[in-house]
Design a protein around this ligand. Sequence first.
Ligand code: FE2
Length: 358
Amino acid sequence: MTKVKEIYGYVNELPKGAILNTDIYNSSGALLCPKMTVINDDVLQSLSAYKGKIQATLTYIEENTVADDAELPEEDNSVSFDDSFKKYAVESLTTLYSNIEDVEELTNGVIEIGSKVCSVINDSKELSINLSKLKVSDEYTYKHSVDVGTMAAIVAKAMGESEQFVNDIAVAGLLHDIGKEEIPLHILNKPAKLSFTEFELMKTHPVRGYRLLVDSDDISEDMRKAILNHHENIDGTGYPRQLSGNEIGKMAQIISIVDVYDALVTKRPYKEAKSPAEAIEMMFAMSNKFNLDIFRTFLSVVNIYPNGSTVKLSNGQVATVLRQNKSYPLRPVIKITSIKTIVDLSIDKNYLSTVIVA
Ligand SMILES: [Fe+2]
């Protein structure tokens, strides 16, 4: 950060370290010091003989940048839904999910929602995810469906996939858990660990979703496979078929990552919500289950500490997030509240061992 200062005074008022923007002349018009000179002890010494007034403009370049009050968090331009879209999405999904027997109406309705999700993404200033700006409903099914469809489409677009692929994955994401409509509510919302049998029943939801849509002309086989395989893991530990690596299609690999993230950061009857940072940390620990290229793209678009949010550092300091570091989502640029100092956590040597803890 730089600051510019004008001086009309005496030589000893020239601040050390500043750069002269203007030549300095004595009262007779003779050059005392040329512009671009950096004021240091030698320069001050050589000028000290002159006792008259001088006029100069100087620029400071501050190493440990001190923020002035004008330094505000950058605008959060991540994808967000307006209230009318949220209302429309929830009302449509409520109607569609209440009658899944009418597959054509279901798929047509969800394709329409998917295309609106994609147009919001296309109009967004930035291809990034801040889940608090997506929230369409408190009701889990709708919130989770829209979150997963939207995040999957954002990741696919960030990966450079075609418009068709991005549209398809939005729809597949909106429908990925449709098979859960056939699972009894008392199991879906059980506030305790599921029994073996209950869990086996729960694990049938990808197959149920696939079969529900198997005769649909509107949903491609790739999209159906994404629904069938969204709980498969790259290391072969998933379900229902324990597929591994490239046996799992790209669409399912993307949906699987955003599905895990959304499930972790959402409060459910049987578990508390993790913070975005905790969720990412847990996902790093299980990253052998994910396609790493896709996981990296996901990390580059997810906003873990949104601009303007307050964070606590491991050294006890409190700070405001000013802007993101795309390559280091856990280490944004922050302003320390108590000393009004801006710190780029991705490069500042003094903060190498400091992390955001909350
Ligand atoms: Fe699922």
